[in-house]
Design a protein around this ligand. Structure first.
Ligand SMILES: C[S@@+](CC[C@H](N)C(=O)[O-])C[C@H]1O[C@@H](n2cnc3c(N)ncnc32)[C@H](O)[C@@H]1O
Length: 300
């Protein structure tokens, strides 16, 4: 019994200790279980949130892509529309440019540097009637009648490339031996149609303008293309007459026609060359085989 009691006494503290440890262990165990539960709930919530978030992101992305596609589609359509419009304009401009370059090349070939060395280049001008020129200079009123032919005019210095009676200066009308800005009036009758359009436009009109003093007058009489066409169309103007005026009588060099004007077309050429106050006092006037108009303008 004593031994039993002694043994019991010996083991009671350990037993009591063990019993108290079991309680603490149980307590610890339930705390751990609670924490585990909390963790599981957190995990579940996180997983749910994550998958919902992913779904939201996917929906948002899809919406953005759709919007982006719609916008870029619209802007591509707009780009395409404006490209087509621009292309239309550019093609037109390109043609204009090509036509411009073609005319430049043709003009250079015909009248450019090389052309001045052509065998048909006119000799330098020759003054025959210097006293008349001096007299007009003194009077401060120098007047040229260029391409006078057989019809020299009183009160004018008559110029022609042919040395005909009454001619005061034998010269090419594109190279008259007078100073720029020294002439008060330039007159011509049935001369301008003897030159191709580009030569009139680019060389002759600017050259004649440069010979005139500021405010100087340019006057010309030319066949009236408008009146003759109307007459030919109405059957009141003979084809043979029309043909001859169109191409010239062709009797000698310088008697060929290369151009035809209307009051409107020559007015435009004069304005382009730097003339102002263009007026057409006479139109459709019969003269021999042709109808003619008169035009005058002032050096701007
Ligand atoms: C049809 S006649 C006109 C003559 C006159 N003015 C008249 O009203 O009947 C043309 C004249 O221009 C002259 N002519 C043509 N080309 C010329 C040029 N490059 N330089 C000088 N005279 C030119 C010709 O010699 C010709 O006498």
């Amino acid at each position: 019994m004593d031994r039993l009691e002694a043994g019991w006494r010996q083991h009671v503290p350990a037993f009591l200790n063990a019993v108290s440890t079991v309680g603490a262990f149980g307590h610890e165990l339930s705390r751990t279980r609670r924490e585990l539960n909390e963790l599981r709930e957190l995990h579940e919530a996180a997983t749910t949130n994550a998958s919902r978030g992913l779904e939201d992101v996917r929906t948002e992305l899809a919406q953005e892509v759709r919007t982006e596609l719609a916008q870029s589609g619209e802007s591509m359509r707009a780009d395409l529309r404006s490209f087509v419009q621009r292309a239309d304009g550019s093609i037109e401009k390109l043609w204009e440019r090509i036509e411009f370059v073609r005319r430049e090349i043709m003009f250079e070939m015909a009248y450019g540097g090389a052309a001045t060395k052509r065998s048909d280049a006119k000799p330098a001008g020759r003054i025959i009637n210097q006293p008349l020129i001096d007299e007009q200079r003194r009077a401060g009123h120098v007047r040229l009648n260029i391409g006078c032919g057989h019809i020299p005019l009183d009160g004018y210095i008559n110029v022609d490339m042919r040395d005909l009676p009454g001619v005061d200066i034998v010269a090419d009308v594109a190279d008259i031996p007078v100073e720029p800005r020294s002439i008060n009036e330039i007159f011509s009758a049935h001369l301008m149609e003897h030159f191709p359009q580009e030569e009139v436009r680019r060389r002759l009109l600017p050259y004649w303008r440069d010979l005139l003093v500021e405010g100087g007058t340019f006057r010309a009489i030319v066949p009236d293309g408008e009146a003759m066409l109307a007459g030919a169309a109405a059957g009141t103007y003979a084809f043979e007459d029309f043909r001859e005026v169109l191409f010239g009588a062709q009797d000698y060099e310088g008697d060929f026609h290369f151009n035809m004007f209307t009051p409107a077309s020559l007015s435009t050429l004069l304005q382009e060359a730097g003339f102002r106050d263009v007026v057409v006092p006479v139109k459709g006037r019969p003269n021999g085989k042709c109808f003619e108009f008169e035009i005058q303008a002032v050096r701007a």
